[in-house]
Design a protein around this ligand. Structure first.
Ligand SMILES: NC(=O)C1=CN([C@@H]2O[C@H](COP(=O)(O)OP(=O)(O)OC[C@H]3O[C@@H](n4cnc5c(N)ncnc54)[C@H](O)[C@@H]3O)[C@@H](O)[C@H]2O)[C@H](O)CC1
Ligand code: K
Length: 517
């Protein structure tokens, strides 16, 4: 499903209206009708219900005027409030304002602080508030009376349904400059805005419903939208069917290089995750002295004792053994629990520069990349899976800059260094060298535990090794990782969720995706 910025949505609007000839009033009427329908469903019993429509001066407010008229047609009590003057409303909004006027439906203009504050009683007594104040046309900090009115709404016990986007949330980024409407439901038109998926905006949306307002699919297809929300349908399409007459060789040979003293768990989690997602043959290369421990912790995977610089940490000489092992393997995943020191840095940079096998680099592997330009010239796909802290170190930019512009930062990095980047977070963002962006919305706070990233590394490399392309492997891995965590949290709660539970719930997540035909 495509995600759009406010500007991209406006272009879809413009093209539909100016090039195709579907008038803005038709789109507004359709938008209003969809929201009115959602309100009627939300209210259930319509008898003696009072709905407050809060309208702004733009087309979002215009939607509000259509909603007022349609609810009244259904016999619902409606009070329509315009924050501003009628003469200042947009063209299409004004047409609907005049229709209300001719129908004798009153619209109250609110233009002072006193009038705004006097709304408290009305808002608190109502059965529902409809937020038609600001939509995709918002720019910058809330001006005028908006902050006061939004504060009243948020402090009111009355439920809120937001039109297109909760007022105060920036459509393009999900940033909330000061405050925003906290909605129970958001009815958004045609395509979800990025700001309703990314945090903090996603926190204000409540249940998001995407409704069709009559924009031709051809108009949407014509646009070159680059951002996709990862859906179960997409994952189902990308997940290959396993041939009946296959054998373990059909699913690839994976080499994981991971672990150091005190961090054998990271190596174990990554290895088990790769097996659980269906890798054919998995070998874990780990420091020699830890090999007996890993032999004990792992059953299906082979282990290989590698040279140590000191007990429990790889030596630079081990790179010779790793390269030899790699000759007979299809994919290398490196990083979980390795420790970050000069020896590991030598190993990582040497392998990036001198090998041409697909690589998944995570955790300590990311912390020791010395020259990002090594990545550019690699003759094989490279997937990096940093969290914001690791990416901050890689690009030498603050975590705040990354948090404020995750899509731009991820897109530029993937393009500049020719890698598939997985920027992990409350919404994980995948960026490809070709400039495509995928946003994942599965997962929960239970993932904020050491070890979750090791599982993800195992999933992505375990999929890549089966011959799935690097972008598809990343999309499937990220989505299933979060879905397994969601299914596990339902049984175990987000507090008790352990990374190993994600591995245990993978089969259920695969079944869930497969059942979404
Ligand atoms: N295809 C569609 O998606 C359709 C969408 N519709 C609705 O139209 C709005 C977008 O309308 P627009 O007139 O461009 O802008 P808004 O109504 O969101 O707001 C503009 C309005 O608000 C004032 N304003 C802007 N920024 C601020 C601020 N920071 N503080 C205070 N006031 C601000 C500005 O001055 C304008 O007056 C979209 O969301 C949908 O709801 C169409 O109805 C149908 C097709
Ligand atoms: K709104």
């Amino acid at each position: 499903m495509k995600l759009v910025t406010g500007a991209e949505m406006k272009e879809v609007d413009r093209y539909s209206i100016e090039e195709i000839g579907i008038s803005g009033l038709v789109l507004m009427e359709n938008a209003g009708k969809e929201v009115a329908q959602a309100i009627i469903e939300f209210l259930g019993d319509l008898k003696d219900k009072q709905v407050i429509i809060l309208a702004g001066k733009g087309n979002n407010g215009g939607d509000g005027f259509v909603i007022s008229r349609l609810l009244i047609e259904h016999g619902i009590g409606v009070k329509t409030i315009l924050l501003g003057k009628k003469e200042d409303t947009s063209e299409d909004a004004k047409v609907n304002l005049e229709i209300l006027d001719k129908l004798g439906i009153e619209v109250q203009e609110i233009i002072s602080k006193e009038e705004t504050l006097a709304l408290k009683g009305t808002l608190d007594k109502a059965d529902l508030i409809v937020d038609a104040l600001l939509g995709t046309g918002i720019k910058g900090e809330l001006r005028g009376l908006y902050p006061k009115l939004i504060t009243l709404v948020n402090n009111s016990p009355t439920s809120v349904i937001a039109v297109d986007i909760p007022s105060g949330v920036e459509a393009d980024t999900g940033r909330v400059a000061d405050i925003a409407i906290e909605a129970q439901e958001t009815i958004t038109f045609a395509l979800p805005k990025i700001g309703t998926i990314l945090y903090p905006g996603a926190d204000f949306v409540g249940d998001l419903k995407v409704v069709d307002i009559g924009i031709p699919q051809m108009v949407i297809d014509k646009q070159d939208f680059k951002i996709d929300l990862i859906t179960s349908e997409l994952v189902n399409k990308l997940l290959p069917i396993r041939a009946a007459d296959s054998h373990k060789g059909s699913y690839g040979k994976l080499l994981l290089v991971a672990g150091s003293t005190g961090m054998t768990g990271a190596a174990t989690l990554a290895t088990q995750a790769s097996l659980r997602i269906g890798a054919g043959l998995v070998t874990l290369g780990t420091p020699r002295s830890l090999n007996p421990i890993l032999e004990n912790k792992l059953t299906e995977a082979m282990t290989y004792p590698l040279g140590e610089s000191k007990e429990g940490v790889l030596s630079r000489e081990s790179v010779i053994e790793i390269k030899r092992l790699l000759n007979d393997r299809d994919v290398l995943a490196i990083g979980p629990g390795l420790t970050a020191n000069d020896e590991i840095s030598y190993i990582l940079n040497h392998l990036l520069e001198k090998t041409d096998k697909p690589m998944v680099v995570d955790a300590d592997g990311l912390n020791v990349i010395s020259d990002l330009n090594i990545l550019k010239g690699r003759g094989a796909p490279t997937i990096l899976t940093p969290h914001p802290g690791e990416l901050s170190r890689l690009i030498n930019k603050s975590i705040e800059i990354i948090r404020d512009n995750p899509i731009e930062v991820a897109k530029n990095f993937a393009r500049d260094y020719n890698v598939t980047l997985v920027l992990k977070g409350a919404r994980t963002i995948i960026a490809t060298p070709q400039g495509q962006i995928y946003i994942n919305h599965t997962g929960n706070s239970g993932l904020a535990t050491g070890g979750s990233g090791d599982v993800l590394t195992g999933l992505i490399s375990g999929l890549l090794v089966q011959g799935i392309d690097e972008v598809s492997a990343t999309i499937i891995g990220v989505y299933l990782h979060g879905l397994a965590a969601d299914l596990a949290a339902e049984d175990l709660t987000e507090y008790s969720l352990l990374p190993s539970d994600i591995i245990d719930y993978l089969p259920q997540s695969l079944k869930a995706v497969r059942s979404d035909k």
